[in-house]
Design a protein around this ligand. Structure first.
Ligand code: ADP
Length: 465
C-alpha cells in the first residue's frame, strides 16, 4: 500500500517542493539568525561614522554646541570633546569648569593609539568592557583648531542587545519552516494529482487503442501540453483508423483484383487444354486473354511495390534537369492503343523545350498515372488535354479530362492509399494517386486537383526549374 514510486511525478514534485522550501528557509535563517549580528553591527558602525563625520564638518560653525546637544539626545549616544590631555572640553557642567574631568587613562591611551592608526582622520572601533553586557562602539576624530592645539571628538554608543529579537525570529522561522513543509507536501500532492490525472486518463485510453479500439477519444485537461498531446493522439487515432479502414478495403480490393485475373487465367488455360487446343484462331485469342490478365497482375504487384518503395524511402529521388515535354511525349506513346483503337484524342500543348528539375523516371510515372486515370475515368468524351507551361520560376503541368469527375467531398481522399471513389469499380486499385502524391511530396512540388462531377477533372503539379 505504502509503496513509494521514486520516479513518479508525485514523489518528484514533492521532493522539489521540499528542496525549494528548504532553500528558502535556509536563506532566511542565514540572513536573519546568522548574519543579523554582523549586519546590525555594520549598520551601527556606518551610522556612527556618518554622525561623527558630519559633526567634524560642522566644527567651528555657529551653533555647534547646540548640534552636539541635540544629536546626542536624538541618537541616544554619548558625545564628548576632549583636549590633548584627555580632559573633557564638552559637555561641561558648572562645577566641571573648575576641575575638568578626564577620560580614564587606559581608555584614553587606547583611543589615541587607535586614532593614530586612522587613515581618514577618524576611527571606529569596538571595545569590550567586562562591567557591561554588550560591547561599546567608539568613534574618534581630530577636530583641528587653527589657533592652539587640536581637540578630539569622542563618540560612544552601546551595541544594543538583539538576542531577544533573534529569539523571536527563530521561533517564527521554526513555525514558518514547519508550515511551509506541510504546505509543500499538500501542494505537491494536489498539483501532482492535477498533472498526473490527465496523463493517467490518456494512458488508459492508449491501452484501449492498442487493443484495437479506434473509437477512443483522448481527453483534454488542465494544461496546454496535455491538450496538445490529446489533440495529437486523437489525430493519430483518426489516421490509424483510416489506415485500418483502407487496409481492409485493400484486402478486399486486392483479393478481388487478384482473383479475377487468376480465375480468368485458369479458365482460359483449361479452355485451351480442353477445347481450343487445335483451333489456332481461338487459341490465340484465349492466349491473348491469358497474357493480358497476367499483365494486369504484374501491374498491380508493381504498383504495390513502387508505392511501398517510395513511401519507405528506399527509392531516393535523384534530381536532374530534363525536358518534361519529351517525357510526356514518351508517355503518350504508351497510350497509342487507346488512340488507335479506343478513339481517344490526346492534345499536348507545350513549348518545345520545358526544362524541369526532378527525378525524370519518377515524374514519368506521375504523368503516366495521371493520364492513365484520365483515360480510365473517361466515358464518351474521350478528349484528354495536357498543358505544359514554362513559367519564370517553375514548370506547370496539367492533365484535363472530360470524364466522370469526382464529388467535392471525395477530393481530399483520392490521394490516400487504396482509396477508390467507387469501391466496386473494376479498374484500378486506388494506388495510382498515392504514388503520384508520394513522388510529388518527395519533390516538394505543389500539386492538386479540380473536378466537377459528370464534367471532368483537372490534375496539376508544378516543378522547380
Ligand atoms: P485507381 O487505381 O483506382 O485509379 P488512383 O489512386 O489513381 O487509383 O485514384 C483514386 C481514385 O480517384 C480513383 O479510384 C477514382 O475514383 C478517382 N480518380 C482518379 N483520377 C480520376 C479522374 N481523372 N477522374 C475521375 N476520378 C478519378
Amino acid at each position: 500500500m505504502f509503496n513509494i514510486d521514486r520516479k513518479s511525478l508525485k514523489f518528484k514534485m514533492w521532493t522539489y517542493f521540499i528542496i525549494f522550501a528548504a532553500a528558502i528557509m535556509l536563506l532566511l535563517w542565514l540572513l536573519q539568525i546568522v548574519f543579523i549580528n554582523s549586519y546590525y553591527e555594520t549598520m551601527k558602525t556606518n551610522e556612527i561614522k556618518r554622525i561623527g563625520n558630519s559633526l567634524v564638518r560642522e566644527y567651528g560653525k555657529e551653533g555647534f554646541e547646540d548640534l552636539l546637544y541635540t544629536t546626542s539626545l536624538n541618537e541616544g549616544i554619548v558625545i564628548n570633546i576632549l583636549d590633548q590631555e584627555g580632559r573633557l572640553v564638552y559637555p561641561l557642567d558648572l562645577i566641571d569648569i573648575i576641575i575638568q574631568p578626564r577620560l580614564d587613562y587606559r581608555l584614553y591611551m587606547e583611543f589615541l593609539v587607535n586614532l593614530s592608526k586612522a587613515e581618514n582622520n577618524y576611527v571606529v572601533y569596538t571595545r569590550e568592557d567586562p562591567r557591561l553586557e554588550n560591547p561599546t562602539l567608539i568613534y574618534g576624530a581630530i577636530l583641528e583648531n587653527p589657533q592652539g592645539s587640536n581637540y578630539f571628538l569622542y563618540i560612544k554608543s552601546t551595541l544594543q542587545p538583539i538576542d531577544s529579537t533573534v529569539n523571536v525570529l527563530k521561533d517564527q522561522l521554526l513555525m514558518v519552516t514547519a508550515i511551509s513543509f506541510v504546505l509543500a507536501l499538500i501542494l505537491s500532492f494536489i498539483i501532482a494529482g492535477k498533472f498526473t490525472r490527465p496523463i493517467e486518463n490518456i494512458t488508459e485510453a492508449a491501452k484501449k487503442l492498442a487493443e484495437g479500439n479506434y473509437n477512443i477519444q483522448f481527453e483534454k485537461g488542465y494544461y496546454t501540453e496535455i491538450d496538445n498531446l490529446a489533440d495529437t493522439l486523437n489525430f493519430a487515432t483518426g489516421e490509424l483508423s483510416k489506415t485500418e479502414e483502407l487496409r481492409r478495403d485493400l484486402i478486399a480490393n486486392v483479393s478481388h483484383d487478384l482473383r479475377t485475373p487468376l480465375t480468368l487465367i485458369k479458365s482460359y488455360g483449361e479452355m485451351i487444354r480442353d477445347i481450343s487446343g487445335n483451333d489456332e484462331v481461338k487459341r490465340n485469342s484465349h492466349i491473348k486473354t491469358i497474357i493480358d490478365e497476367a499483365d494486369r497482375l504484374t501491374r498491380l504487384v508493381n504498383d504495390l511495390l513502387d508505392l511501398s518503395k517510395i513511401q519507405s524511402g528506399i527509392d531516393k529521388i535523384k534530381l536532374n534537369k530534363f525536358n518534361i515535354r519529351e517525357t510526356t511525349e514518351r508517355v503518350l506513346e504508351r497510350f497509342h492503343y487507346f488512340k488507335n483503337e479506343e478513339g481517344f484524342v490526346f492534345t499536348l500543348n507545350s513549348p518545345k523545350k520545358a526544362m524541369a528539375l526532378g527525378d525524370e523516371e519518377k515524374i514519368e510515372q506521375v504523368i503516366y498515372n495521371l493520364i492513365s486515370n484520365a483515360v480510365n475515368y473517361s466515358q464518351d468524351e474521350r478528349e484528354i488535354v495536357i498543358n505544359i507551361l514554362d513559367r519564370e520560376e517553375e514548370v506547370y503541368f496539367e492533365v484535363i479530362d472530360r470524364g466522370v469527375g469526382i464529388p467535392k467531398e471525395e477530393l481530399p481522399n483520392i490521394w490516400d492509399r487504396y482509396y477508390k471513389v467507387d469501391k466496386r469499380a473494376k479498374v484500378g486499385t486506388g494506388i495510382g494517386l498515392s504514388i503520384v502524391k508520394s513522388i510529388l511530396v518527395a519533390h516538394k512540388a505543389q500539386f492538386g486537383v479540380e473536378s466537377e462531377l459528370g464534367k471532368g477533372s483537372k490534375f496539376y503539379f508544378t516543378l522547380r526549374k
